[in-house]
Ligand binder design. Structure first.
Ligand code: AMP
Length: 420
């Protein structure tokens, strides 16, 4: 097993890793850190939860820290040496927090800029001099246009969650930013999925990249205690309220497939006296942040989220994940349940499965290569759902699945890489 000590990172970084309590690097870290330290470009296919932030942050900090024993070069006003682009404010903030943690024994200055808040303090930080800038595309372009940031000294450029960046319509902004960074640089692109659009962005951006992939570690799935409740669709809310009478469900992330569904569930919980909020793409940035802060601090017990909104959110101490609706992509299930059992802790994942979701469950069980135990001892158990094996796999024309078809049917055929 590779140890961090074998990865040739500077001592102050190894010390910070040990302060964090990390003992062994995750698979994506093992595969990414050596080529990045060599200065190679990298294409990383990895989701949140795999340790991808440290995979790019540690080599970056190593490079900027300078020669052993010598202080890092002085930070220059407005001219970062490294740029990390992230699609959302939450993710940008988390990356910056990680850089601060991993760089706590180094004299490096990092800053984060994003929209939705006043630019003034961000500009002041830039003027004081920075080594690393973490940014969302819109605010970065604004400040570039105002002459508050210059990208001509950027040596390392990292694009995180590229697929989501494109989903959110940032492609033009991203292209403008790419045009402003020097051609001679090291570049890494991370994306949870690799649709055509991301591949084409990557091929224009990366020079002879190393490609690394990592699904969430198998340990994530193994460490989560999983349960299935077969329940008719119209009884799901009642079942949820019933389950939440158990105070052991202290910090619960609830997933729905749609934004409206998320709002409805959050409203229902509030009405039944359970502190709750919803987080999804239609919410204003400050409302999302408020929900997230409330969930982190414990003032909100149940956070209801869609898959997209939950990406990149890293909240410690999530005791339970409840799939109010099952995802139609098995990878999303793995990703969702990985929200509990963070960084080695255990957790519980409860999934509601109605009649129409039976086939989703079958695909999920195939992907995780285990059958999830069924809990029958509850007032809404529906034996007829339990006894129905689900629709046989159909071609796209015949597909009658409820709301969404699988975006890419090929993906579920791929052999699972849970133990990457
Ligand atoms: P990420 O995929 O970057 O969002 O990281 C997921 C979580 O794993 C974060 O809470 C990190 O602090 C944690 N983490 C990252 N690397 C390691 C490691 N080598 N050992 C234990 N936890 C880690």
């Amino acid at each position: 097993m590779t140890e961090f000590a074998g990865l040739k990172l500077a001592q102050p970084i190894l010390r910070a890793i040990s302060d964090e309590g990390y003992t062994t690097p995750t698979p994506i870290q093992v595969k990414s850190i050596p080529p990045l330290l060599e200065g190679r470009d990298l294409l990383g296919v990895a989701q949140t939860g795999t340790g991808k932030t440290a995979a790019f942050a540690l080599p970056l900090l190593h490079r900027l820290a300078g020669e052993a024993g010598k202080p890092a070069a002085k930070p220059r006003p407005k001219q970062p040496r490294a740029l990390i682009l992230a699609p959302t404010r939450e993710l940008a903030g988390q990356i910056n927090d990680s850089l601060r943690s991993y760089g706590r024994h180094l004299e490096l200055r990092t800053a984060v800029i994003f929209g939705g808040v006043s630019a003034r303090p961000q500009i002041q930080t830039l003027n004081r001099g920075i080594h690393v800038l973490v940014a969302t595309p819109g605010r970065l372009l604004d400040l570039m246009n105002q002459g508050q940031v210059r990208l001509d000294a950027v040596e390392v450029f990292i694009l995180d969650e590229a697929d989501r960046m494109l989903d959110m319509g940032f492609i033009r902004d991203v292209k403008k930013i790419i045009a402003a960074v020097p051609a001679r640089r090291q570049t890494a692109l991370f994306s949870a999925t690799m649709p055509e659009s991301v591949q084409s962005l990557a091929s224009g951006l990366l020079h002879d990249p190393v490609r690394v992939e990592a699904a969430p570690a198998a340990t994530t799935v193994e460490k989560v205690e999983q349960k299935i409740f077969f329940v008719p669709k119209d009884k799901k809310r009642a079942l949820l309220s019933e389950l939440l009478k158990d105070q052991d469900i202290a910090r619960v992330l609830i997933f729905t497939r749609t934004k409206h569904g998320a709002n409805r569930v959050a409203r229902h919980l509030e009405q039944t006296g359970i502190s709750s909020d919803a987080i999804h793409g239609n919410k204003a940035q400050n409302a999302r942040q408020r929900a997230l802060d409330g969930f982190r601090s414990g003032s909100i017990r149940a956070l209801v989220a869609t898959d997209i909104a939950a990406r990149g959110i890293d909240v410690e101490g999530v005791t339970h994940v409840i799939n109010f609706e099952l995802p139609n992509e098995p990878e999303s299930y793995v990703h969702r349940i990985g929200r509990t059992a963070r960084a080695g802790a255990g957790g519980v994942a409860i999934s509601f499965c109605d009649h129409e979701e039976r086939a989703y469950l079958r695909d999920i069980e195939k992907t995780i290569r285990q059958s999830v135990p069924v809990i029958e001892d509850h007032p809404y158990h529906a034996a007829e759902i339990a006894n129905d094996p689900g629709l046989a796999k159909r071609g796209p024309q015949q597909t009658k699945r409820p709301s969404q078809r699988r975006r890419n049917p090929q993906r579920t055929k791929r052999a699972p890489r849970l133990a990457a």
